[in-house]
Design a protein around this ligand. Structure first.
Ligand SMILES: [Zn+2]
Length: 149
């Protein structure tokens, strides 16, 4: 377990992607999905997020054990467990909502242009991840977690 989560801003505002990958207590991967094309979602570089906290369309399912839940809103989803794609960096963590998100964060920290649907999320990448003095440490940790999972 990762201990207490230290998620940045996304938890306090309604900007959450329709695919969230969390770690299960059993060690498995819990995939939380929302029907992307339902009303209120945009699957474009301009936005890939939930517009209303009242939306209870998420389904969560573990790939190893019997954990399964339906009709969740995003507050309930984020309480299920820590991000699956997360790595410790000192007392901090680098993490992504899912594999694709963490891969995109690595590109972003490298200074590569982001043109995919995660573009709007890059404004929430914490400043400490971007700090020139520590950026390479975060990138290394993120690459390792992607390689091992
Ligand atoms: Zn499980």
């Amino acid at each position: 377990m990762l201990g207490k989560r230290t998620h940045p801003a996304p938890y306090s505002h309604p900007r959450i992607p329709p695919l969230i990958e969390l770690a299960c207590k059993c060690g498995g991967l819990i995939t939380c999905t929302h029907p992307v094309n339902s009303e209120g979602y945009s699957d474009t570089p301009e936005g890939w997020w939930l517009r209303t906290a009242e939306d209870r369309s998420f389904t969560a399912k573990c790939n190893k054990c019997h954990f399964s839940k339906k009709n969740l809103n995003y507050f309930e989803v984020v309480q299920i467990g820590p991000p699956y794609y997360s790595a410790s960096v000192g007392l901090d963590h680098i993490w992504g909502w899912n594999k694709e998100h963490l891969e995109t964060i690595i590109q972003y920290l490298h200074g590569d242009p982001i043109t995919n649907r995660w573009l709007g999320y890059m404004r929430y990448v914490p400043g400490k991840w971007k700090a020139i003095s520590r950026r390479s440490t975060y990138i290394k940790a993120a690459k390792k977690v992607l390689k091992n999972n």
